[in-house]
Design a binder for this molecule. Sequence first.
Ligand code: AOF
Ligand code: ZN
Length: 364
Amino acid sequence: TAAAEQPGRSDQADENAMRRAIALAARALGATSPNPVVGCVITDASGTVVGEGFHQRAGGPHAEVHALRDAGDKARGGTAYVTLEPCNHTGRTGPCAQALIDAGIARVHYAVGDPNPQATGGADTLRAAGIEVTQGLLEAEAAAGNAAWLTSVRLHRPYVLLKYAATLDGRIAAADGTSRWISSADSRADVHRLRAEADAVVVGSGTLRADDPHLAVRGIVGAVQPLRVVLDTNATIEAGARVLDDAAPTLIAVAEDAKTDLPGVLRLPRAVTGLDVNALLGELYDRGVRSVLLEGGPTLAGAFVAAGAVDKVVGYLAPVLLGAGPAALADAGITTIADALRLDVTETVRIGPDLRITAVPTAS
Ligand code: AOF
Ligand code: ZN
């Protein structure tokens, strides 16, 4: 065949199809929890793309089903490229392995194995039906695209992204507390994308008092609003706080012994500073939250770092110097350099005049 005569040619086509499936999956980031993002591309025997689909929201059809519907009869004898192992279970939908078999698919490439014990086993079902199955095509890229969901399944807590905007000397406000605007309009727009991709946005009571933040997504068409979470240990939030409007759902967490008449508050154990971070994350996970964006301020960030509960850091560094004022991170329980939280930079991008640095904790 042509592929055998030209080694590498079909590998390239396979990668292109999987790359497209990964891009399709990413369209639904922030909209599928507690489910993963998943994309699927179907090609016919000649390698032509005949179907595409992605999982859009929990409870809706899986990526494979969308792609099979899109392909119709052209799926017969074709190849399916899926970013996650096709599921083997009947939950709210599925099983996709059987749907691929019924459609007459001849080969399946999937990137990442399904760690969900209820859904796993699809690859074996496909093989038993005589389908050629390959795992691992663009696995790292596909796993990165699903980092929040994969991490949350493994740790039984949401994935946590710490975001801050600071001057080049690491300050988030001036000594008198003024902070508007350290980062540029472009950086602030970029933060709305982070909010749209997160299931929950968390702030502490210091930031609530200083900034009266709104925390909803603006300017992104079709975005699913995140749950706004305020860690308000002593229940000091005022009725007029912007975060209490109805632009997005809001959850107020207070200490178990806090005095408040607010309905629906979440009561959490106290910690050394503020509330117990791990108790909060466990509670959010139980409510279906798979990714959390920490939006401020430094005390909250310090508590999460101290709890070992930061999975990614996104810093917007503005070309501004202040020389005094609070730092992006307050006490995180680190007193000596040997205990510093070391990170690996995964990306640096210019956002308007600012520099956005993304980093993840170095694997130990
Ligand atoms: C998805 N979308 O495209 C694929 C998934 O509750 P259910 O029935 O929707 O099942 C969710 C599980 O199915 C999910 O945790 C994952 O293990 C598997 N595959 N899920 O939401 C998809 N292919
Ligand atoms: Zn499925």
